[in-house]
Design a binder for this molecule. Structure first.
Ligand SMILES: [Zn+2]
Length: 304
């Protein structure tokens, strides 16, 4: 049983990372291991919460004994209250934040943590029918909610967002600094897809809105679930339109600063520029353009 609490997963003690998935990694992170509890060993408080309508989400069967689950055994996830979380804690347990550990978990664990987090985020906000307001019930192993009044099924939602690596005629990469971020943190431009848009149209619009740059023919490069709370990041590469010489115009609202980076500039550890964390598709797209892994920036104290 994978146990979530406030979006964090129960893990074995000492396996939490000390970086947030975005910032510089200042110390080695131990390989984190989820603490999957046998159902029979769950405290009474947890069993009671489940009996009183808590969602028990079916995640499928373990293929090869992942993280202590016997091969072929069904794996479930639950999300518990503060009181039940306290009852589950022991000297050998801790709570993992997916953003901190996604790159360090093994693939299976990262997959079912992501799946469970996205699905419980949906459950948390869909306890009632969006059409008539009736309380909904859970079906199909936690993958469907039903409105008993209208007898309709409600399915988990995913909100697509586009993220774009933009390259100019000199093969420099455009990065922006978001108003919500600390100084000197840069990443790719990104935004939600609006109703009625294709992914490509969303990429062209978002880039124009946030930077004033016109791009041609964005090309799909890959995607990543981003369950904070319910996104799917869809990655593109694009070139600046030859007919529209780029004039950088940060929108001043979301994006405060825009900069073209050469490969030398982006790889310079003394620049102090903070790039997206290694678990993010933003980092993957930047490294795809760069041609290989980028070094983590030096912590400020090491630069001084
Ligand atoms: Zn309804």
């Amino acid at each position: 049983m994978l146990v979530l609490h406030r979006g964090q997963a129960l893990a074995l003690s000492g396996s939490n990372g000390d970086h947030d998935g975005f910032g510089p990694r200042v110390a080695p992170v131990a390989h984190p291991v989820l603490d999957l509890r046998p159902t029979a060993s769950l405290p009474a408080l947890v069993t009671e919460e489940l009996a009183q309508g808590g969602v028990r989400l079916y995640l499928g069967r373990s293929l090869d004994g992942d993280d202590g689950v016997a091969a072929g055994a069904p794996l479930f996830a639950i999300s518990v209250t503060d009181a039940a979380a306290a009852a589950l804690e022991s000297p050998t347990s801790s709570w993992l934040n997916l953003r901190m550990v996604a790159a360090d978990l093994d693939d299976a664990a990262a997959g079912f943590f992501t799946e469970a987090l996205a699905t419980f985020n949906w459950h948390a906000t869909h306890t009632h029918c969006p059409r008539c307001g009736a309380a909904t019930t859970v079906e199909s192993g936690g993958w469907v909610r039903r409105c008993p009044v209208q007898d309709i099924e409600l399915f988990p939602r995913t909100d697509p967002a586009v993220i774009v690596g933009i390259v100019d005629a000199a093969d420099r990469l455009l990065l922006g600094s978001n108003a919500l971020w600390e100084n000197n943190r840069f990443s790719l431009l990104a935004g939600f897809v609006e109703p009625g848009e294709s992914l490509e149209a969303a990429a062209v619009r978002e880039v124009a809105e946030e930077s004033g740059v016109v791009i041609d023919d964005p090309e799909y490069v890959g995607s990543q679930p981003w369950p904070f709370p319910a996104s799917l990041m869809v990655g593109f590469m694009a070139r600046v339109s030859a007919e529209h010489p780029p004039v950088l115009r940060p929108d001043g609202d979301e994006i405060l600063e825009l900069r073209w980076f050469t490969r030398e500039q982006i790889a310079d550890p003394a620049s102090g520029v903070l790039l997206p964390g290694s678990a993010s598709i933003a980092r993957a797209i930047i490294e795809r353009w760069f041609g290989g892994p980028l070094p983590e920036p030096m912590p400020a104290e090491a630069r001084a």
